[in-house]
Every structure is written in structure tokens, then in C-alpha cells.
Ligand binder design. Structure first.
Ligand code: DC
Length: 231
């Protein structure tokens, strides 16, 4: 008999710090396997954006959590909609990255987003990327990967992305040193928080991408998943 309970749906959890390449790797793995994809960082970015739009202080845990409860979030192809408006680009700025890290510190805010994240777990499987996918949200994930690289390498990648995009005046003004400083602050905040901090799960595979291209990182994840599947 087939087991149709939701927990039977396999999850690949890919966690790691900002700009580690986990989003790109997770999306490509999901495409190769025909799995769904959850960019959990986008949820915190959306909450930060919504709070800003409503003049809510990112450090006000209660007000941000109340705001998060009211949001209607929709992912369609690679676009994100908040209350019907396309905010795909608006959440990708450095400001919203920082805001996401600030609102993500609050346990009540994280609690509001748990069910939404679980709802992405549908057949045939899910690849989820974030900070606490393997530790808190999907502790029974079939495969857990912790993807990382030296801070300088990640800052260089992020800087290059912004140069390539050059979409907003803010992006144009950002220097490598600003990005490096920002990443350090964000890593420190994400690692030091009491609620679901950024940490490698005990049973996660460590994948250091300093000298690894995206294709190699994807191949590594795929190989590990095939091993588990054939076990
Ligand atoms: O992955 P990202 O850079 O889009 O994430 C932005 C911020 O959101 C990150 O600095 C911390 C927070 N975040 C989190 O706390 N938990 C997650 N699962 C994903 C992101």
C-alpha cells in the first residue's frame, strides 16, 4: 500500500549562510528531480518588505508577527506576489536582505511562517533552502546539506551579482567593502539568535564551495541523493 501521509514526501534541505550559492543549487536540484522548490529566505524578505510598507519597526517582534499573519503570499513560476502585487525584485535588494535577517530573529515571526513552509512539502518531493530547513522546519529531511564558503568569497560573488544586475541606484552605490561588512553582520545575527540559529545539522553533509562551481555543487548533491534513494 502506498504511504500517502505528507511526511512520506522526500525533502532535500539545503542550508547555509548568505550568498553561499544555496538558492541556485537548490533550484537546479529541484529542476533535475522534478521536485518543488522552497526559497524560505524569500518569506523573511517579504515580511521585512511588508513591515517597511506599513512603517513597522523591524525590531518590534509583536508588531512584525501580527503583520506577517495578515500576508497573502503566492509563488508563481519564479515570481513572488504579496497581496496580489509582484514584489519579486523589491525583495531582492540588500536592504531587504538585512531586514529579513532582522525580522527573522523574532521567534513569534518564525512561528507564523512554519505552516506555510510545511505546505510546500507535496509530491513528488521538495528542495528547501534557508537557515533552519534541516534543523527545525524539516528535521526528517531525506538529505541535509550545509553549503558554505569563506565570507570573502561570498562577498565577491554577491558583489559580482549586483554589478551584473545594476538594477537600482542603491545597487550601483554598493561597494565590495559594504557587502563584506553586511555579510559579516548578517552571518553574526543569523548565527547568534536564540530561535533557529544558522547552524549545520549534525546529520548534514558539509559542502564547501570556495573552489567549487555551481554545476559541481549540484552534482555533489545529486550523487548524495541518489545514494540515499538506492539504499
Ligand atoms: O537566504 P536569504 O539571504 O534570502 O535570507 C535572508 C534572511 O532571512 C537571512 O539573513 C536570515 C533569514 N532567514 C532565516 O532566518 N531562516 C531561513 N530559513 C531563511 C532565511
Amino acid at each position: 500500500m502506498h504511504n500517502l501521509i505528507p511526511s512520506a514526501v522526500p525533502v532535500i534541505a539545503i542550508d547555509g549562510p548568505s550568498a553561499s550559492g544555496k538558492g541556485t543549487v537548490a533550484e537546479l536540484v529541484a529542476t533535475q528531480l522534478g521536485f518543488h522548490y522552497l526559497d524560505s529566505g524569500a518569506l523573511y524578505r517579504i515580511v521585512a518588505l511588508a513591515a517597511k510598507q506599513q512603517n513597522i519597526d523591524w525590531d518590534n517582534a509583536f508588531a512584525v508577527a501580527e503583520c506577517a499573519k495578515t500576508l497573502s503570499i503566492e509563488f508563481k513560476n519564479s515570481q513572488v506576489f504579496l497581496n496580489g502585487a509582484d514584489i519579486s525584485e523589491a525583495i531582492r535588494t540588500e536592504e531587504m536582505g538585512k531586514g529579513a535577517s532582522r525580522v527573522a530573529v523574532h521567534a513569534p515571526v518564525r512561528a507564523v511562517l512554519v505552516n506555510l513552509q510545511h505546505s510546500f512539502r507535496t509530491a513528488p518531493g521538495l528542495v528547501a533552502d534557508g537557515r533552519d530547513m534541516g534543523t527545525v522546519i524539516f528535521p526528517d529531511a531525506a538529505l541535509k546539506v550545509f553549503l558554505t564558503a569563506a565570507t570573502e568569497v561570498r562577498a565577491q560573488r554577491r558583489y559580482q551579482q549586483l554589478i551584473n544586475k545594476k538594477q537600482t541606484n542603491d545597487d550601483l552605490k554598493v561597494s565590495y567593502d559594504d557587502i563584506l561588512q553586511d555579510l559579516r553582520e548578517r552571518d553574526a545575527r543569523d548565527q547568534a539568535r536564540a530561535s533557529a540559529p544558522l547552524i549545520k545539522a549534525n546529520d548534514a553533509i558539509l559542502l564547501e564551495t570556495d573552489h567549487l562551481g555551481i554545476a559541481q555543487a549540484v552534482a555533489h548533491v545529486m550523487q548524495n541523493y541518489q545514494l540515499i534513494r538506492n539504499f
